[in-house]
Design a protein around this ligand. Sequence first.
Ligand code: ADP
Length: 378
Amino acid sequence: MAILKLNNVYKRYDNASGSPFKKKVKNDFAVNNLSFECRDGEFLGILGPSGCGKSTTLRMIAGLEQITDGDIYIGDVRINNLLPKDRNIGLAFEDYALYPPLKIYDNLAFNLRAKHVPEAEIRESVERIAKLMKVDDLLDMKPLALSGGQKQRVNIARALVRKPGLLLLDEPLSHLDGKMRQQLRYEIKRMHHEIQCTTIIVTHDQMEAMSLADRIAIMDMGKLQQIGTPLEVYDDPVNVFVAGFIGEPPMNLMTSVIHRVDGGFVFTFEGSDLRIPVPVRYNEIVSDGMKVTLGVRPVDVLIARDDEPSGTPIPVAIYEDLGDERRISVRVGENLMNLTTADAIYYERGDLVSLKFNAEKTHLFDINTGERIRAPKK
Ligand code: ADP
């Protein structure tokens, strides 16, 4: 069942009063015709670069921002005009916004006290959630004494104490350093497994979205680009934007002209002798002279063994040994093509390598629109 539904939602900020944003958004929509559903118990990620409309979306769901057009439903109820406090939503922002003079216990109890919940019930709730978020040993402390990771755990605990039907997390990890980030990511995942609270996380970090979310909604310039499981958006990106945004190191996206050769087609690249056979599944949709964007992930660019058929050898431009993997870049015309491998192979700059490609994992994109060009289904 969908617990949350956005139908053709738009947001245009009214900047008539000379806001600093005036120039930037002009007549554009910060959120442009956004529709998606979030299922009961699901962990949904909203992912995209800074300024793409993620926080605006979250704020509209929470009721902190007016919707310009469209509808938002929680269950069967249209909530467009419902006050934030009546939406049964828990919110944790990037900023912790804890009350400094109050102990952590009182910070967690604050909203329940405002609702005149009986003190015994508050204690039960605070202690249960504090244990869940592993802040139960901090209840007598004040916010100033806490580390960034501890504050964010309290922040999330405070949102959960209200027993929300929907938990919204806006960049909860972005203030934290590497190790703390990973730890809290794990805690958030464990919390979700334990209480199965429908959760939406907004993040610009694809690793965070990939590791936490059941499905990811990827946005760019106010528009939804794709929604799917981490594997779907990684393996089957619908356009160049998604292909380049998901994956680290990013997918190689190279402009190529396809040429007919004996028995098939090859990808060619300006300023380079590199030729890559076009996988036969594309034969019906490509033609001699067709210009495309070729997408291939670094793990799918392979180094051919000496006894394997391969194209012209090309020199290594950059070689990096990261211990558990090696990253190699070769120059293809003006651009670098990157490959990663777990194999223990060692090169120096200038060494020649012959490349081959995992044909099943090559993607074609329309050179003008950036949309995926799919091979016909057999
Ligand atoms: P994200 O969360 O993806 O970084 P936002 O939702 O914060 O993006 O912003 C989307 C767009 O709306 C941006 O162009 C931003 O400058 C603009 N914007 C955000 N908040 C306001 C505001 N209060 N007034 C005017 N424009 C805003």
